[in-house]
Design a protein around this ligand. Structure first.
Ligand code: PEP
Ligand code: MG
Length: 308
């Protein structure tokens, strides 16, 4: 059993000394949102909106988007929900967006880059999100996927502000964005680290390819050093930084992420009880020690605690 597994999770994310770490859910549908609420999630840290439209052959109307988003937000009235704008392209093509002929789709026009070519599309989505937030009373934030520069973060923040959305963030999942975290944080209210794509791009290793899966290990010290840089920049800016990639669902890694200074972890709802219990069993000083050890490790095998 993992360290701290004797602790029970009581539905509030915190360390043994009371230090808060918000425990949030990743969802892609209303059914997921209800499961997340039932599992005791404190909010939603990643709503993958593109999952609502994988089969749509036409762009959903603003009214249809508003209804679809409201159905996801409804179980979280009064609670934080982070809605990610469409992350189409690469591993998640959308039928209503014309497929571009690209030799390297993971490096192509995906995520926010689609919006640069089609700003009308993101403006309609942001309008639908703002309306759904008003419909449900959820504390809605929006965040953009695949941001690479501070200029891109400013472009997104401007449009989201114009749509009337109060809290605006971006994902850190492109290495350049991690390296520019301070400048990006000056433009937005929070950041959320997408470790799935961040690992893929840091290690130049396709996240869908089993043959290179060992490189996409969230315990890779090089990945953790980038996560540490982002957490440090956020702490200096006095703004929240979370993790919403699969790394957040590892109960042994959660104390390391807390020790690096992250303020929330967002995961598949089934991971909430083990992660919550693991955090409840350690205090912040122990988390910082574990973070230091993981950062100093030479490889994932020595970074990962033995027997976990
Ligand atoms: C990520 O890249 O880590 C992430 C959370 O987003 P997605 O898995 O949807 O690309
Ligand atoms: Mg991603």
């Amino acid at each position: 059993a993992g360290r701290g597994s004797r602790q029970q999770w009581d539905g509030v994310g915190r360390l043994a000394d009371g230090h808060p770490i918000k425990l949030l859910a990743n969802v892609g549908s209303a059914a997921d949102a209800h499961a997340a609420a039932a599992a005791g999630a404190e909010g939603i840290g990643l709503f993958r909106t593109e999952f609502c439209y994988l089969a749509a052959t036409d762009e959903p109307t603003v009214a249809a988007q508003r209804a679809a988003y409201a159905a996801v937000l409804a179980p979280f009235a009064g609670k934080p929900v982070v809605v990610r704008t469409l992350d189409a392209g690469s591993d998640k093509p959308l039928a209503f967006l014309p497929a571009t002929d690209e030799p390297n789709p993971a490096l192509g026009v995906r995520g926010l880059r689609v919006a640069f070519q089609r700003p009308d599309l993101i403006d309609r989505q942001l309008a639908a999100v703002a309306a759904a937030a008003a419909d449900t009373g959820a504390e809605v934030s929006v965040m953009a996927p695949m941001v690479a520069t501070a200029a891109e973060a400013r472009w997104f923040a401007e449009r989201a502000r114009h749509a009337g959305i109060a809290r605006i963030g971006v994902m850190i999942e492109v290495p350049a964005a991690a390296l520019a975290a301070t400048e990006i944080l000056a433009a937005v209210d929070f950041v959320s680290i997408g470790t799935n794509d961040l690992a893929q791009y840091v290690f130049a290793a396709d996240r869908q390819l089993g043959a290179v899966a060992a490189l996409n290990d969230p315990w890779q010290p090089a990945l953790l050093r980038l996560v540490a840089m982002v957490a440090e920049a956020a702490a200096k800016a006095g703004k929240p930084a979370g993790v919403c990639g699969e790394a957040a669902a590892d109960p042994a890694l959660a104390p390391v992420l807390a020790g690096l200074g992250l303020t929330s972890l967002s995961m598949n709802p089934v991971a909430l009880p083990p992660v919550g219990a693991a955090l409840a069993g350690v205090d912040l000083n122990a988390c910082r020690d574990r973070a230091k050890a993981a950062l100093a490790a030479t490889d994932p095998e020595t970074a990962r605690p033995q027997g976990e």
